[in-house]
Design a protein around this ligand. Structure first.
Ligand SMILES: Cc1cc2nc3c(=O)[nH]c(=O)nc-3n(C[C@H](O)[C@H](O)[C@H](O)COP(=O)(O)OP(=O)(O)OC[C@H]3O[C@@H](n4cnc5c(N)ncnc54)[C@H](O)[C@@H]3O)c2cc1C
Length: 460
């Protein structure tokens, strides 16, 4: 692993006031499940080298993380098998702990007489609560390294931003100093003192008490190597169509990288850096970086500064007011969450999008907007619509339970990061979408047929 001299210290912050001590360095790998291009791992390795201590990577398996079903654990474990192999090749053990991360990690750290703990970054409320508890109970230092964002979330902005137009100048100003290449892995750190057998991931998966009715998917291969392959393929042969065709679900013009980014199997910084120097036109490169950098980090900013990102209350005031004014409007159709789940609506286009989500774990980005807006139109109340859309997204989408999901659903249903539009029934001033608008943009029948014929498509 790299000696870490190149690490910009602004990527890390202390979560308590304890000192680094003598004892193994622990990297609590949580959101950034990769060996390559991982600032948290590089930072932990640098600490281990400086203090001449061994490095251990710990992964905590919480009883049920935000209700994730088998599909997500299957994808995650297959990625972790690869991470474990790479770590071992560098002489770093991976230990899996079971239980609530804060208490199990604290107990483990005490037992190992740990010198310091490094964590990666997530803006999601349960993870932040675990970290607060851990920071208070550890007798050594706890650090947090934002290995998920290009600009560390706490540096990007000091408060919740209104829209892409308000965060963009801030991120653009920091882009040059943060959108850098990663250091190359070098020699291993101090040899470990811990001998532990390889993790039996298959046995772990079998024992997990999770909802097994949401099955693993076959259309997208998990892991760092597969993520890198997909990135390369996208940059070599697809990105050239990104600016003009990304809103056409039939065009195969998007990257399909979101599951990898969500599980941290791919670094957004690495993807953006490679995109910035690929051979595509500047318009295509910048259109992709706008989504991967500005829009994604705007979503992180939303969850970081707003712990109630998953309740109706989170919508901007103008949006709550207009939605409440129209809450009693007559709906043309009303569906229960279960009817939505079973894709039993009057609209074949909506049903196809839902079928794609359920069967492949993926829905094209343009269809996601239409899908969520129709849930608003056909639900009993805006709050019920928000709950249903988040429930379905988190349950079936491989990239669900992500700040992008909370922001994307709140944008579609609750006007987050958007502005008021002309008023109409049910939506009030929330931006409207309908099937004829979709038909003007792309071949709707082709989309429906493609989902029905190949429910587990590859994206390009
Ligand atoms: C209702 C709704 C729900 C959504 N749920 C999720 C979710 O659960 N997880 C998720 O990662 N994204 C979500 N998005 C955002 C976006 O639709 C997906 O990130 C994108 O479709 C993923 O496909 P891709 O990787 O091919 O994207 P590409 O178009 O290739 O973009 C590359 C990357 O940029 C980021 N990105 C793209 N569009 C957005 C956006 N609008 N906001 C923030 N980041 C973006 C993603 O990380 C994406 O992987 C949601 C959007 C909506 C409207």
């Amino acid at each position: 692993m790299n000696s870490g001299n190149e690490i910009d210290q602004r990527r890390a912050r202390r979560l308590n006031l304890r000192q680094d001590q003598k004892g193994p360095v622990i990297y609590w790998m949580s959101r950034d499940q990769r060996f390559q291009n991982n600032w948290a791992l590089l930072f932990a390795c640098q600490k281990a080298r400086l203090l001449r201590q061994p490095l251990e990577v710990v992964f905590t398996l919480a009883p049920s993380f935000l209700g994730a079903p088998l599909r997500h654990y299957d994808f995650m474990f297959k990625g972790l098998i690869e991470v474990e192999r790479s770590l071992r090749d560098s002489g770093i053990p991976l230990i899996v702990l079971h239980g609530d991360p804060d208490s199990t990690l604290q107990a483990y750290a005490e037992e190992r007489q740990t010198g310091l703990v490094v964590s990666d970054f997530s803006p999601l409320t349960p993870v932040r609560q675990w970290k607060r508890n851990l920071a208070a109970s550890l007798s050594c230092a706890l650090y947090e390294v934002d290995a998920h964002n290009i600009v560390p979330c706490w540096l990007a902005a000091p408060k919740q931003e209104y829209a892409a137009r308000t965060i963009r100048p801030r991120l653009d100003a920091l882009r040059k100093s943060f959108l850098t290449p990663f250091p190359q892995p070098e020699a291993p750190c101090q040899p470990g003192t811990l001998s532990c057998p390889p993790v039996d991931w298959n046995a772990l998966l079998e024992k997990l008490e999770v909802d097994r009715s949401v099955k693993p998917v076959s259309g997208i291969a998990p892991g760092e190597a597969a993520a890198e392959l997909r990135l390369r393929k996208f940059l070599d042969s697809v990105i050239d169509r990104y600016a003009n065709e990304r809103n056409d679900p039939n065009a195969g013009a998007v990257s399909g990288l979101s599951p990898y980014l969500h599980f941290g199997q791919l670094s957004a910084q690495h993807a953006a850096y490679e995109a910035s120097r690929c051979e595509a036109s500047q318009a295509n490169r910048e259109a992709f970086i706008e989504e991967l950098f500005i829009r994604r980090e705007l979503a992180e900013n939303f969850c970081f500064y707003n712990e109630r990102y998953d309740v109706f209350d989170t919508f901007p005031d103008w949006a709550k007011a207009t939605l409440m004014e129209h809450a009693a409007d007559q709906r043309d159709y009303l569906y229960t969450p279960e009817e939505f789940e079973a894709a039993k609506t009057n609209d074949p286009l909506w049903n196809a999008a839902q079928q794609s989500l359920v069967e492949s774990g993926v829905m094209h980005g343009y269809m996601r907007m239409y899908w969520a807006k129709k849930i608003l139109e056909w639900s009993q109340s805006p709050a019920a619509a928000f709950d249903t859309a988040l429930w379905l997204n988190d349950r079936y989408a491989l990239d669900g339970r992500d700040p992008n999901g909370y922001a994307g659903v709140a944008w579609s249903i609750g006007g987050l990061h958007d502005r008021p539009w002309s008023e109409r029934p049910v939506y009030g001033k929330i931006r409207y979408m309908n099937a004829s608008g979709c038909a003007r943009k792309f071949d709707v029948n082709r989309y429906i047929t493609s989902v029905t014929n190949a429910p587990q498509p590859t994206l390009f």
